[in-house]
Design a protein around this ligand. Structure first.
Ligand code: SAM
Length: 292
C-alpha cells in the first residue's frame, strides 16, 4: 500500500505544514524534508512494517514520514529536537493512540524499546546516532544518511574510509546499500547526495560484547595509519606499563601491520590474543578509555 500517492500531494503537505507553523527550515538543524513520494514509499516498503512492530523515528520534522509509519505499526516513537516541530507533531497525531512524540536531542535522550528504526537522520548527528543504535537491541533499520557517510559502512579494508565505524557496523549488523537519493528529493535541497541503507542486527556476534571490544577498537583506530607495534608500545608507556612491552609484544600477531589494514576477523583475533595474554585486570587498566 502506497503512503503518498504523488509527490505534489507530499510537497503540498510539507509546505502547508511549514506555513502553518510559520517556520522555515534551518540547514544547521538538518531540516531537509523529503518531498519525493517515491522515496518515502520506498523506505516504508523496505521497512516491511508488521502490525506488531514498534517503530523509532529520529527527526520527525513535519510528520511526512511519521504519517506512513503510524498507519502500519503497533506504536511509533518520534524523537524531534525542535520545539516548534515537536509541538506540531504532537498536535498532528493527537488523535492517534499509537504515537508518542519525544521532544529532545536524540543523541541524549534514552531510546525507548523498539523493533525497527525508520528515519531520515539529521546528518550532523549521523555518527553518534549510528553508534547509539548499535548499542540497542532491535531487528531492522531503514536509515537515510549523507551518501559519503553511508559509503564508510562498506569501505574495503586498507582504504581511507575504513574506520572504527566500518568495523563496529560490520561486527554488529548486516548492512545493505539500497539507494542513492538526489538533492532534489528534499526541500530545501541539500548540497550533496544522500543514501538509504538497511541495517539488520546480527543475532550472534562473534566476540563477547561488553564495551571492551568497542574500547579496544576506539583506542587503536585513533591512530589508524600507525603500525600496531608502535601503538601498543606507546599505549603501554602512557599507561605506566612500559615494562610489559616484551611480554605483550612478543608473539603478537600483525605487529608490523597498519591498523587500517586489519580486517574484522584479524581485529577480533588480536583482541582475543591480547586479552588472554595479559588477563582481565591488566586489560581493564590498559585498554580502558580513560587517559592516564
Ligand atoms: N522526517 C522528516 C522527513 O523525513 O522529511 C524530517 C527529516 S529532517 C532530515 C531531520 C529532522 O531532525 C528535522 O526535523 C530536525 O529538526 C530534526 N533534528 C535535528 N537534530 C536533531 C536531534 N539532535 N535530535 C532529534 N531531532 C533532530
Amino acid at each position: 500500500m502506497e503512503c503518498w500517492k504523488t509527490s505534489s500531494e507530499l510537497r503540498k503537505y510539507v509546505f502547508d505544514s511549514l506555513k502553518e507553523m510559520e517556520s522555515k527550515p534551518y540547514y544547521h538543524k538538518g531540516q531537509n524534508f523529503l518531498i519525493s513520494a517515491s522515496i518515502i514509499n520506498f523506505q516504508v516498503d523496505h521497512a516491511n512494517i508488521k502490525p506488531s512492530d514498534t517503530i523509532l523515528e529520529i527527526g520527525g520534522g513535519v510528520g511526512n514520514l511519521t504519517r506512513c509509519l503510524v498507519n502500519r505499526a503497533k506504536f511509533v516513537y518520534v524523537i524531534e529536537s525542535d520545539i516548534k516541530f515537536a509541538g506540531f507533531l504532537s498536535d498532528k497525531f493527537s488523535t492517534s493512540s499509537n504515537v508518542e512524540v519525544i521532544q529532545g536531542d536524540a543523541v541524549k535522550v534514552e531510546f525507548p524499546t523498539f523493533t525497527k528504526c525508520v528515519s531520515n537522520l539529521p546528518y550532523q548527528i549521523s555518527s553518534p546516532i549510528t553508534f547509539k543504535l548499535l548499542e540497542k537491541k532491535f531487528d531492522f533499520a531503514i536509515l537515510m544518511f549523507q551518501r559519503e557517510f553511508a559509503q564508510r559502512f562498506f569501505a574495503k579494508v586498507g582504504t581511507k574510509d575504513y574506520s572504527r565505524l566500518t568495523v563496529m557496523i560490520n561486527l554488529k549488523s548486516e548492512c545493505q546499500y539500497l539507494k542513492t537519493v538526489k538533492p532534489s528529493s528534499f526541500y530545501p535541497a541539500p548540497k550533496i547526495d544522500s543514501a538509504i541503507v538497511s541495517m539488520k542486527r546480527k543475532e550472534k556476534i562473534t566476540v563477547n560484547m561488553n564495551s571492551d571490544f568497542d574500547n579496544f577498537i576506539t583506542l587503536i583506530f585513533s591512530h589508524k595509519k600507525k603500525i600496531l607495534r608502535s601503538i601498543i608500545t606507546n599505549l603501554l608507556k602512557r599507561k605506566g606499563y612500559g615494562e610489559l612491552r616484551n611480554k605483550i609484544v612478543n608473539n603478537l600477531p600483525y605487529l608490523e601491520r597498519r591498523i587500517f589494514t586489519l580486517s574484522l576477523v584479524e581485529l577480533i583475533d588480536l583482541y582475543k590474543f591480547i586479552r588472554t595474554k595479559i588477563g582481565e585486570d591488566l586489560w581493564s587498566d590498559i585498554f580502558s578509555l580513560n587517559m592516564k
